[in-house]
Ligand binder design. Structure first.
Ligand SMILES: N[C@@H](CCC(=O)N[C@@H](CS)C(=O)NCC(=O)O)C(=O)O
Length: 216
């Protein structure tokens, strides 16, 4: 049995990525929501995860932390989480690792808050650079690797889509952002509408307990 420790999915995009993947692939798990404020103020996290962060997957008490490592562990038992073709799989791994390791300009000025709907915010040059890189990744994946299995980045939904999903959802707030990439965006938005009801908390958390600081 899997226990998934996560932050508020409205704000903790790393939590959202793993949660989304497990939900999409119908992997049963018990969800435990932990308070996360971006400052390490929840002492429980130290005991729940080796890195003191969420998400962390517990497999019969054994801890697996770091979202990409969790995804890789899950993919060992659900190989469909990566594209079947070897080159497509390699590219999906590259861009997933790239997202996991980088895009700091995209993450800090645009912390994720799925309830936040501000349109027309201009992108600073560094942010625009990250956005352009995301678009280039998406275009290359769709043009070079997507198959008939679906309309996600590499065809059927893969770990790469889970890694990029939060970016799609914040993209709507960037002026002239990524909204024109509808071929990619539509399936993501369907995903969002499938899960948003459970993703959104009924009320905003009290300030300081789960604010948007963790970001992307
Ligand atoms: N690289 C980590 C990032 C995880 C992370 O930064 N999690 C944030 C929440 S989004 C966290 O747990 N922060 C601890 C805290 O705010 O106390 C991953 O991929 O899982």
């Amino acid at each position: 049995m899997f226990d998934l420790y996560i932050g508020n999915k409205n704000y903790s995009s790393w939590s959202l990525r793993v949660w989304l993947l497990m939900k999409h692939f119908d992997i049963p798990f018990v969800e435990h929501m932990e308070s996360v404020d971006g400052h390490g103020n929840n002492p429980r996290l130290k005991d729940l995860a080796g890195n003191g962060r969420v998400p962390c997957l517990h497999v019969a008490g054994f801890q697996i932390w770091e979202s990409l490592a969790i995804a890789e562990y899950l993919a060992e038992r659900t190989p469909d989480m990566w594209p079947a073709d070897s080159r497509a799989r390699a590219r999906a791994r590259s861009v997933s690792a790239e997202m996991h390791a980088g895009f700091t300009s995209l993450r800090s000025p645009m912390p994720m808050n799925l309830k936040f709907k501000l349109k027309g915010k201009p992108a600073a040059p560094d942010l625009q650079k990250d956005i352009d890189r995301v678009v280039a990744i998406w275009e290359e994946a769709r043009a070079g690797f997507a198959d008939a299995a679906g309309s996600y980045l590499f065809g059927a939904l893969s770990i790469a889509d889970a890694m990029f999903a939060p970016v799609v959802w914040i993209a709507a707030v960037v002026a002239g952002g990524l909204l024109s990439y509808l071929a990619i965006e539509r399936p993501f938005l369907r995903l969002k509408s499938r899960f948003t009801r459970v993703t959104r908390p009924k009320q905003d958390p009290p300030s300081g307990s789960d604010n948007p600081r963790p970001g992307l």
